[in-house]
Design a protein around this ligand. Sequence first.
Ligand code: MUC
Ligand code: MG
Length: 375
Amino acid sequence: MSSSTQITAIETLLVDVPTIRPHRLSVATMMHQTLVLVRLQTSDEWVGWGEATTIGGLAYGEESPESIKTNIDTYFAPLLIGQDPRRVAACMARVKDNIQGNRFAKCAIETALYDNQAKRLGVPLSELFGGRVRDSLPIAWTLASGDTVKDIAEAERVLELRRHNIFKLKIGLRTVKDDVAHVAAIKRAIGERGSVRVDANQAWSVTEALEGCRMLADAGIDMVEQPIAAHDKLGLRRLTQANIVPIMADESLHGPVDAFAVASTQAADIFAVKINQSGGLRGAAQVAAIAQSAGIALYGGTMLEGAVGTMASAQLFATFDELSWGTELFGPLLLTEEILREPLAYRDFALEIPRKPGLGIDIDEDKLARLRRDR
Ligand code: MUC
Ligand code: MG
């Protein structure tokens, strides 16, 4: 390997893929997902892939697919072309010294660098984060068709397939009472065959959340995710300290600094760790470390990324010894198009994590060439 190994090209692709059904969150109804994929090429012929996919354009986060592409093309790529890709931390320090915010774009770039370096070293990406404690991860499924009967049928189908027995229900578009009735009906249908949790995506006030949590706990719901506004960490603390049902922080965690603020005030019982929300894999590992040092449990979250972001998350989560709430890395299953030559293996309520170098996936570049927005 020459001492002049360099990053030679960084390309960002937008790939619009319809979802298998409408996915209704309180902030957006998704009919498609826009995968934001980064392809990083180096002079020693290794390619690294990263993903910066978000949800519902600008409905969920402050970066849109289009802004991510523009910012990577205009600002990130010129900083990195010519740099040594084997020095991942140095490359990311250069990015962070010159670019504020842009957590999703940073995550995609960092993932592509780690994938590239792990392939060069011939090891799975997990080895760059200390090595694995597991080779598969439990995978939750989100029921979000917006229709109780359809959601129950969907839960029955995936239980039968032995694909999922953890269910996250999206709520926050109806009144609290109507949401609870919807959730309770699904919990009654599933019974002890699965865990049922809810995610309000910030829709409730603290008062509504206190009322909702009580009713949901009575209905047998295991956990409530981000019931109130992301910025309201005191409100989140009130809900957690009320001790009605475990409270999970999701949108409140924009990386390690937020994680410290939430953890140091014991404002959540569980953290949804997300690589994109955390600004990358290293940031997500720090979020997890902060949670653990505060006695907060871990859950492996998703931004509904496709195979690249899903496997990057899986490679990191496989290194967490504490992962008591499982993960929700089901993003590729929500999409109608496969972008891998060999699909990810979801079976026995888990996702298998390949041991091939890097992310461990084989991207079908011909397929991407046909699907990309600017084809
Ligand atoms: C979120 O807020 O958790 C994760 C699963 C899902 O259905 O939506 C995402 C975002
Ligand atoms: Mg959430």
